[in-house]
Ligand binder design. Structure first.
Ligand SMILES: Cc1cc2nc3c(=O)[nH]c(=O)nc-3n(C[C@H](O)[C@H](O)[C@H](O)COP(=O)(O)OP(=O)(O)OC[C@H]3O[C@@H](n4cnc5c(N)ncnc54)[C@H](O)[C@@H]3O)c2cc1C
Length: 368
């Protein structure tokens, strides 16, 4: 009996589970190790913050999916890997041996990336922790005139600050909301046609955009890169995700940022029996941004190649798309679509995004 270890219940692995449910793997014991028995869908997180979705609508329940796939699900967090010995270590001390490994554990948010963040900030990742703490923040904001700041103005940070500002205004909260956006401003790297409607939404919702980075966080305030101090009761950290630190000692080939280096078949560049997809991996032959869209697209080729690797067949190369569609929500039921230089905005974009997102959740057994 061969052993396939799936680490992480991320965007690519939910599709591996669905593929295994359609066509089981003969002669293979498959184990999914992931810290939570459900996968929160980050694409719908801003909609949940804004109050458009209930919590149960933005999750994929993993136990049913695993059961249908004939996969054993074990809650646990990988903290170590010895790729040469084909052995993974979990936070609870368990050591798991495998013949084939597939990593889809996502990235991490470094607790110490900004001094004081560990003690005072609310991190967007792990999303499970964020969701648990957000309701308490909302309850406080209903009764106290809090100063809140989202630190980081990439797509995730911008969607969250707009969702937060929208929700607080709708609930009559007196909270003030800022976005620490860096000198390049919100959505750096996106076309102006995408940034313009987003900047209008930030203005409409009275979000103060601070054109600096955050240098330090203390209780009740942030210090910005220009030395200015701004009042902030709760900083929400949406900055830079990084590679899980446990990859460092694994022996797997890593890229310069410490993510798993993979090639066209999604195999590790150093260990062919180790596969990786989603944000934890970097396609060194075909680099692309780390985003949920790419993680989703990698699911079917990953499922196919895991099957072929176990059967001793020839693996199929996979070419990620050059450009992806981003659908960014702007607080109310309104969104901006971005496809390279092309952009469109309006309630219909939200409707489109809502349909895609709910469809994704339902396809994997959720109740969106
Ligand atoms: C607010 C927000 C909104 C976003 N919106 C979009 C969007 O609209 N479109 C888009 O393309 N991208 C979006 N992103 C980015 C997107 O979330 C990531 O690119 C995506 O989650 C990456 O998918 P993944 O499968 O690699 O990892 P994840 O989705 O993070 O899944 C990782 C899985 O592994 C598990 N895990 C974590 N650590 C371990 C461990 N040590 N051992 C075992 N299991 C582990 C986790 O619990 C989880 O189940 C958004 C991000 C945020 C924060």
């Amino acid at each position: 009996m061969k052993r396939l270890l799936l680490a992480g219940g991320g965007h690519a692995h939910v599709q591996v589970l669905a593929a295994l449910a359609r066509e089981p793997l003969p002669g293979t014991e498959v184990l999914l190790v992931t810290p939570f028995a459900r996968q929160m869908y980050s694409g719908m997180l801003p909609g949940w913050v804004a109050g458009h979705y209930r919590e149960d609508q933005i999750v994929i329940p993993l136990p049913a999916l695993a059961q249908a796939a004939g996969v054993r699900l074990s809650e646990g967090r990988m903290v170590g890997l010895d790729a040469a010995a084909r052995r993974a270590t979990l936070a609870d001390g368990r050591v798991l041996e495998y013949d084939l490994l597939s990593l889809d554990t996502g990235p991490v948010m470094g607790r110490d990336a900004i001094p004081g963040a560990r003690e005072h900030a609310l991190f967007l990742r792990p999303v499970e922790h964020f969701v648990r703490l957000f309701d308490a923040l909302l309850a406080r904001a209903r009764t106290e005139p809090l100063d809140l700041a989202v630190v980081g103005a990439g797509a995730g940070g911008v969607e969250i600050v707009l969702a937060l500002a929208w929700r607080l205004q709708r609930e009559g909260s007196a909270a003030r909301v800022s976005l620490v956006a860096g000198s390049d401003g919100p959505l750096a790297g996106f076309a102006d046609s995408v940034r313009r409607p987003v900047l209008r939404a930030l203005q409409r919702l009275r979000v103060t955009v601070l054109p600096h980075t955050c240098a330090a966080i203390e209780a009740g305030r942030l210090t910005l890169s220009n030395g200015t101090r701004v009042a902030c009761d709760v900083p929400l950290l949406a900055v830079g995700t990084s590679a899980p630190p446990w990859l460092q000692g694994s022996g797997l080939a890593l890229d310069a940022q410490g993510f798993v280096a993979t090639g066209p078949t999604l195999q590790s560049s150093s260990h062919p029996e180790a596969f990786a997809a989603g944000d934890v991996a970097t396609r060194v032959d075909a680099p692309h941004p780390k985003s949920g869209v790419y993680a989703v697209r990698a699911g079917p080729p990953l499922a196919l190649n895991l099957r072929r690797a176990l059967a001793g067949g020839e693996l199929q190369p996979y070419t990620p798309q050059a450009r992806t569609l981003y659908l960014l929500s702007t607080g109310r039921r309104h969104a901006v679509a971005s496809w390279g230089p092309w952009a469109a905005a309006g309630p219909w974009v939200w409707w489109w995004k809502d349909r895609i997102d709910r469809g994704f959740i339902r396809r994997y057994g959720g109740s969106a």
